[in-house]
Each structure stands twice: as C-alpha cells, then as structure tokens.
Design a protein around this ligand. Structure first.
Ligand SMILES: *Cc1c(COP(=O)(O)O)cnc(C)c1O
Length: 251
C-alpha cells in the first residue's frame, strides 16, 4: 500500500472514531474539528492528506512550519490549509509564528502574548488564539500551572488576572483553552484532565464574558475519543494519521 493510500485509510478511520465518540454523548460530528499533526513528516504527507479533503494541520516547531508551510502553499494553489501552531513558542520565534500560522493553541505567558499581539497588529491582522493550561499537574507539561484550580483560589486568581490582560490585547482574539494530558496507555485515566479543562472554561465564561470561550483543544492519538466525550472542539492527531514518528525525534 503506498503512503497516500495509507494516509487516506487512516484519516477515514480517525473520522469514523471521532463521529462515534461524538454520537455517544449526543454531539454532532461538525462540533469537532480534526487538526492533523504533521510534525516530522514532509510536505508530501500534508499534500496526501489535503488530497483526501483534510484542511487543518498542526505543527509544534515554528522553524519546521516556516519551511513546510510555503512548500504546501506552492503546491495547493489559492485554497490554503489552516495551520495550527501547537507547540511551545520562544519569544524570538514569535515572528515566524505570526508570519506563517493561522491559529495558535499554545499561548502560555503574557510576555509572549504581548509580542504576538504587537506583531499581529503590525501585520494588520487579528490572530485567533487558545490559552494552554496544565491542569494535570504533570511537571513536564507546558502551559499555565492550574493543577487544583477548582479548590485553590491562589491558583485561580492570578490566572484570571493574567487572562484578563491577555484578552484585552488588540492583536489577539482569545477563543478558548488547550491542554495536553499525560501520556497513557489507558485513555480513561485522563478523562478527569479533560473534564477539568471544560470546568475551567465555564469559570472563565463567567469571569470574562467579553471573550468567546468556544474552543477546547484537547485529545491526541491515544485519547481523542475520551476528549470528544468531554467536550473537545479541536483534536490534534498525529500518529493515527501519519504513522509513527522516527525514534529520537523531539515530539
Ligand atoms: C505531537 C503533538 C500532538 C499529536 O500527538 P500524537 O500522539 O501523534 O497524536 C498533539 N498535540 C501536541 C501539542 C503535540 O506536540
């Protein structure tokens, strides 16, 4: 089977599993968008998925996106995919992100948000963004540390203040939250992480109704069905579409 056929079959399977998960909880398939995470895979893999109708793609490293995105754009003509930045952004790479990406999932500090906002203003655009939250308490995970926010006002209050400043930035439009659950073989164990992010969104809706809190970006290859059952509107799936990444490559 050639690589293109394999990607087609994988995409169909992921979409079918997404639809079943949505149906189980009374949601419709159009409520959840699939972001195909193409990191470490070449532009050809993106184009194969594009041929199958896939329109949203995710990358976690600004430099890799800055190389791949123009190659894909050159090959697809006027219709453009939507490119999602899902990885940690160093402030000095913010210009690459604003130049190449359409949607940012990984805003995790105010200094970065300010930089992204001023670059967007200079480019004459407003960038839709999500705020990355670490609600699992796992130390290796990026994002605002929010473990225990439900019970601890000293965790919650500084975050709400920071988000209020973030929401006011002219070059960004905050649309929701993103999280990464701990890696697990058993997806049920991360259900509380996704439920916690949904709860946090409800709290923010009350605190800061001036922003739209529509999106929850959560769920990857191992846990996207549970994430959809818990309210994900964007799932970020790499391996189940493009296959395993080579060993030793940073994920
Ligand atoms: C790599 C990555 C994904 C996709 O992971 P898979 O396990 O390949 O589905 C999702 N989100 C982020 C932030 C990633 O870096």
């Amino acid at each position: 089977m050639d690589a293109c056929e394999e990607i087609r079959r994988n995409l169909e399977q992921v979409q079918a599993r997404m639809a079943e998960a949505a149906l189980r909880v009374g949601r419709t398939t159009t409520d959840v968008r699939l972001v195909a995470v193409s990191k470490t895979h070449p532009a050809e893999a993106v184009l194969a998925a594009w041929e199958c109708g896939q329109r949203d793609f995710g990358e976690n490293r600004p430099e890799e996106g800055a190389e791949k995105i123009p190659v894909v754009a050159g090959a697809v003509g006027t219709a453009r995919p939507t490119w999602h930045m899902i990885g940690t952004i160093q402030r000095r790479k913010a210009d690459l992100v604003v130049a190449h990406f359409d949607y940012i999932h990984s805003v995790d500090r105010l200094v970065l948000a300010k930089k992204l906002s001023s670059l967007a203003v200079a480019a004459g655009k407003v960038l839709p963004v999500l705020i990355e939250c670490n609600v699992s308490g796992e130390e290796s995970k990026a994002g605002y540390s929010l473990y225990g926010w439900e019970h601890e006002s000293k965790v919650r209050e500084p975050f709400f203040r920071e988000v209020a400043a973030l929401v006011a930035l002219p070059g960004l439009r905050v649309e929701g939250l993103m999280t990464m659950a701990p890696l697990t073989e058993e997806p049920e164990t991360v259900r509380p992480v996704f439920a916690s992010l949904r709860g946090l969104r409800e709290a923010l809706q009350e605190q800061l109704p001036q922003a739209t809190w529509h999106h929850l970006s959560m769920g990857m290859t191992d846990d996207f069905e549970v994430a959809i059952e818990e309210g994900a509107t964007l799932v970020r799936v790499g391996r189940a579409i493009f296959g395993q990444r080579s060993a030793g490559v940073m994920v």
